[in-house]
Design a protein. Structure first.
Lengths: 418, 308, 378
């Protein structure tokens, strides 16, 4: 954050907001000048909710229902980004105002609210969705009414839309680098694939299997899926013990995670000795699992809270100031934080709020202030980003032990992996 | 060689799978015991059963925090204290719920389903408001973690053994209460013929209340034990509903023995199937088998012969 | 027929006319298309509630798995629409063009056999009714012939809902998995996403709902309807009188399921997708609750109840998400405890006598009390 503040750490949220407001008021001098050089009529030709001083965006996540646990972090990150952008002068001299809607963990509700945000509120962009199902439900709405969605979750790929910017990683980005690393570092030969039974784990394991068998020429000795919410893993743990895979590759989500790691530990499988790699356990999940149950496991994703760079330090400090010291920041939360920033940068590059112009200007937009380091939008509307491997510590954080040298290219329709 | 395993490995597989099945059996039985008492005795469907379990789990969570803060030295035994607290908390709320809600609905058993579903929504939201939406974890004392090696392949989980022992003890206590105490005698009398029991001077209202409270209390203990193997979140209780009801219904409503037998059947078939199939399909097949068997024997495995 | 019964029937007719007026005239005039589409979605749940009045309110069969039938109807419709949306031209980026996108992602290279007939609209429309009815028949025949009822039946249907959800999610190559069948666009070339189409679909939905209510009314007022009530109140006596109780139960359960399925099909058309989240245990119980709040013995009440609960859900969950679950839970408890006959019961017991008292000041000696339906004895 570029804003200087008193270093008093006990600053309350209210004080913080007042501070931000005061600072942004002082920064308004420049915006006015900009608002005059860029009249609304020229930057907004399609009737979006843009005035000379304000622009409206939507936030669409589940605040209630089963998904609210996961989506809360994204909402927090998006609000933080909007606050920071406003404090730094807004977008094309206009302050961002947001309208938040609750998807209530219910997919038709997501579609309903997306339509409301686009048709009724004329939002210039929408940050939102978390599960694939909710994204699939709103996608036709965004395409029909020509909106722009910034979607934060790592996901299975197989999708590309003019109307969506995917700020999380698609499956190949997340998976391939991790498998290459584990082969090299752990001399792994055999893999056991596990997952919750729905599209993301299944597609991800499909890509993992193809990579393991065809590219690395190694062996997959088992592959299994469990219903969401499953809590009994003893049978599969027995199978794992028998097959003795070098690597357990686990894509288990939600509450099942807690049961899985606790039972692994109880069964005497020590993750500091048995290599386990996951792409589904962020710092958020460890909160529930308990650090002592997952210590030593490897996670492969693009962001960890412990990442050591100046951008991330500022981001974590600002996040904790706004939402409390105890909140942990996972991969998706960071990706959600990118959404508003990327949109701002794209709008400024395009010199317009029009959706068509933003969609066209998006490829090539860089965000150097990203907590994960540096990201750039690919022409397929996904992000170029680095992939990292972290190792779980007892305190619920990861030690980052590897990162790819280059940015990974997003490839939602990977050849040879379908 | 069968399925790529040697004979020695196969025998270890069977030993370990049998043990996994036994753990599952204990879990099912523990979940179903409280419900079986309530459903068997009063015909009340308690849809909030899962929430009473989660209440027990949260009590365990609080107790573990209390011990960590004030009595770190005694942490090794906190689990026993936690179970007692879970029993008392769930049992007390159970008594209150019976008095406020359930007793008005004995004549309309299907309506208890609506009312207890409403209760479960309220409890879920209460958990969320009090403990937050995130799942919480309970740290176990060291002696409960890890496994004992029997051979180099066969290992026995200590917390699995703990759950099994707990289930054994609680089932034993319930059986003793039912068949050796005055309360048990009265319960069995009321189940057989409520009107006559009332006529010979049994306070059926009091029996109902105690039974409901006891059932909820056992649910609390089950929830407390579950913190060892599962997750504790505001909505986790709903995960257990279907399994629990099936165990009870399949066993035959008024029979403790039936509940035990049905938990054994369902858990063994599920863990066997899980070994040969993927987890999802094993679950589907188990449910279908149980539904199928129930069609053949609608009154459950062990039905009490009662004239209605 | 007694005066009270005639009175009761007139009341139902007035209620029916009022509902028709409300959903066909008042709401379309008062609301914009966005809100109206929402109402249309709620009305599809009302189909399920009407079915529940038949099998639960009048016959005493409580099914906790009506979501399965709603879902089957919806999926049948969605399969047809999805095939139409996946023409070879629309799906040319896939490795196998011409099959739905989710199949391509799951390495299917040709359409599974049970999808093939869904290329035909008449087949799909028939399947919407027949598939759920057959499932209901199999379940009903197995259960009711063996005299499984009450709580047992409720729990078995609940388990069925669980099985169905796990199957749909687990077999994603054939069903679309947890995402469901999405991105449905046209019906025989007619774009169902435009505002005009939404209006038309809304009215089709209303007409079908009113039709279902009339059909249900017809069944209930026939001799069959009285046997059903008799079964609910004293099943054994009906059996001893020589009726085949099982057959009646199977019939009404199939009818209720088919009506629910029509609702599911209309849901798919109006919302534009179908997913397993409408099949499982929670939505199934919620549908029972719509009927209970409105009044399980009143077709009109069930529809009103569905509309009110859903409207409240949308309105409250926006402003007070926390309060909402408490309110909803409280509502169910209140309905179960104090108003077992729901809003319709409150109306006939409390409001009506009052109106009639005012009314009878002008007329003399009229028997103004409506005989309430007796509470069901299980």
């Amino acid at each position: 954050m570029s804003v200087k503040r008193p270093t008093d750490l006990s600053l309350s949220r209210r004080q913080l907001l007042v501070g931000t407001a005061a600072l942004s008021a002082s920064a308004l001098v420049a915006p006015h000048a900009m608002g005059e050089t860029l009249p609304t009529a020229t930057v907004n030709t399609t009737g979006l909710a843009v005035t000379d001083t304000e622009v409206t965006v939507g936030i669409l996540h589940s605040v209630t229902g089963t998904m609210s646990i996961s989506e809360t972090g994204s909402v927090q990150a998006e609000k933080l980004a909007i606050e920071q952008i406003n404090a730094a002068g807004g977008v094309l001299g206009r302050k961002i105002k947001f309208i938040q809607e609750d998807g209530a963990s219910d997919w038709p509700t997501f579609a309903e609210k997306a339509k409301k945000l686009l048709v009724q509120d004329k939002c210039a962009s929408v940050m939102g969705c978390w599960t694939s199902a909710s994204r699939k439900a709103v996608l036709p709405v965004f395409e029909q009414y020509n909106g722009m969605l910034y979607y934060p979750t790592f996901y299975e790929g197989l999708e590309e839309s003019k109307n969506v910017i995917y700020t999380g990683q698609e499956a190949t980005q997340q998976i391939i680098a991790g498998l290459d690393w584990v082969q090299k570092e752990k001399k792994a030969n055999t893999f056991y694939l596990l997952g919750s039974d729905y599209i993301w784990p299944r597609t991800s394991n499909k890509i993992a299997r193809k990579h393991i068998e065809n590219k690395l020429k190694l062996k997959v000795v088992g592959e299994e899926y469990f219903p969401l919410g499953h809590t009994q893993f003893n049978s599969v743990i027995n199978k794992i013990k028998l097959r003795k895979p070098d690597v357990i590759y686990a894509i288990i989500v939600g509450g099942s995670n807690v049961a899985f790691y606790k039972q692994l530990k109880a069964a005497g499988i020590n993750l500091t000795k048995q290599t386990l790699m996951t792409i589904s356990v962020t710092e958020d999940e460890i909160d529930g699992i308990g650090g002592e149950n997952i210590i030593g496991a490897y996670a492969c994703m693009k962001y960890f809270q412990s990442l050591d760079n100046p951008n991330n330090k500022k981001f974590v400090a600002a996040f904790h100031k706004l939402w409390g010291d105890k909140t942990v920041i996972g991969d998706v939360t960071q990706a959600a934080y990118l959404g508003p920033w990327l949109w701002k940068l794209t709008v400024e590059k395009a010199g317009s709020f029009d959706i068509d112009k933003i969609a066209a200007a998006s490829p090539g937009v860089e965000f150097k202030g990203a907590p994960e380091g540096y990201v750039r939008i690919h022409k397929n509307h996904h992000l170029w980003s680095k992939t990292r491997v972290g190792r779980a510590r007892t305190d619920g954080q990861y030690d980052v032990i590897y990162e790819t040298a280059e940015l990974m290219e997003p490839d939602p329709f990977p050849k040879g992996y379908q | 060689m069968v399925m790529g395993y040697s004979l020695g490995e196969l025998s270890s597989i069977f030993a370990m799978q049998a043990f996994a099945g036994l753990i599952l059996f204990s879990v099912f039985l523990l979940m179903a015991l409280g419900l079986a008492i309530i459903f068997g005795q009063m015909g009340v469907i308690n849809m909030a059963h899962g929430e009473f379990m989660i209440l027990g789990a949260y009590m365990t969570y609080l107790t573990s925090h209390g011990f960590q803060t004030y009595l770190p030295g005694a942490y090794a035994i906190y689990f026993f204290v936690a179970m007692a607290i879970a029993f008392i908390a769930s049992g007390a709320i159970g008594l209150a719920v019976e008095w406020l809600l359930i007793r008005h609905l004995y004549v309309r058993p299907l309506d208890t389903l609506l009312a207890t579903w409403g209760l479960s929504l309220i409890m879920q939201q209460a958990f969320r408001s009090i403990f937050g939406a995130r799942e919480v974890g309970v740290q176990l004392p060291d002696w409960m973690m890890g496994a004992l090696s029997v051979t180099d392949v066969i290992e026995v989980q200590i917390n699995g053994l703990f759950v099994m022992a707990l289930t054994l003890i609680i089932t034993g206590i319930v059986a003793l209460l039912l068949f050796r105490s005055t309360w048990g005698l009265q319960v069995r009398a009321v189940v057989t013929n409520r009107t006559m029991s009332g006529a010979v001077g049994i306070d059926t209202r009091r029996i109902d209340r105690l039974t409901f409270g006891l059932g909820c209390g056992i649910a609390g203990i089950a929830g407390s034990a579950f913190t060892m193997i599962g997750s504790t979140g505001p909505t986790a209780g709903q995960l257990y509903i279907v399994d629990t009801f099936l165990v009870v219904v399949f066993g035959g409503a008024q029979s403790l023995l039936g509940t035990v037998a049905s938990a054994l059947t369902i858990s063994q078939s599920q863990s066997t199937l899980e070994f040969f199939l993927s987890g999802s399909m094993a679950k589907v097949l188990t449910l279908l088998i149980v539904i199928g068997l129930l069609m053949l024997r609608p009154q459950g495995l062990f039905a009490l012969k009662v004239r209605r | 027929m007694s005066a009270a019964a005639t009175n009761n029937r007139n009341l139902e007719l007035i209620g029916f006319a009022l509902i028709a007026l409300l959903i066909m005239v008042v709401l379309p005039l008062a609301l914009d298309i966005f809100r109206l589409n929402l109402i249309g979605k709620y009305l599809t749940y009302a189909f399920v509630a009407v079915g529940l009045v038949l099998c639960w309110g009048y016959t005493g069969i409580l099914s906790l798995g009506q979501g399965v039938f709603f879902g089957l109807g919806g999926y049948c419709m969605a399969m047809f629409l999805k095939l139409e949306a996946s023409s070879a031209a629309n799906t040319k980026i896939q490795s196998t063009p011409g099959i739905p996108d989710f199949m391509d992602w799951n390495q299917l290279t040709e359409l599974p056999f049970f999808w093939v007939p869904f290329n035909s609209l008449p087949f799909a429309l028939i399947a919407v009714i027949v598939v759920p009815a057959v499932v209901a028949f199999i379940l009903g025949a197995a259960m009711f012939k063996r005299r499984v009822g009450g709580v047992y039946f409720a729990i078995i249907t609940q388990a069925l809902a669980a099985v169905m959800t796990i199957l749909i999610i687990g077999r994603q190559g054939y069903t679309g998995g947890i995402n469901g069948i999405t991105d449905l666009r046209t019906l025989l070339g007619w774009d169902i996403r435009t505002d005009g189409a939404k209006y038309i679909l809304y009215f089709v939905c209303c007409i079908l709902l009113l039709g279902s209510m009339l059909l249900a009314r017809f069944v209930l007022s026939s001799k069959l309807g009285r046997i059903l009530v008799a079964i609910r109140d004293k099943e054994d006596r009906v059996r001893f009188s020589g009726y085949s109780v099982g057959d009646f139960k199977i019939f009404i359960f199939c009818l209720a399921s088919a009506i629910a399925a029509v609702g599911g099909a209309m849901f798919t058309l109006q919302v534009g997708f179908m997913s397993p989240s409408f099949v499982g245990i929670v939505p199934s119980i919620e549908m029972v609750i719509f009927a209970a709040v409105g009044g399980r013995h009143s077709l009109v009440g069930a529809v009103i109840g569905t509309l009110l609960v859903n409207w409240a859900k949308t309105a409250f969950s926006e402003s007070f998400p926390e309060l909402w679950l408490f309110a909803m839970g409280g509502l169910f408890i209140a309905v179960a405890l104090a108003f077992p006959r729901g809003l319709a019961g409150i109306f006939t017991d409390q409001v009506l006598p009052y109106i009639e008292k005012l009314w009878s000041r002008n007329r003399r000696g009229q028997d103004g009390v409506v005989v309430p339906n007796p509470a069901p004895a299980e």
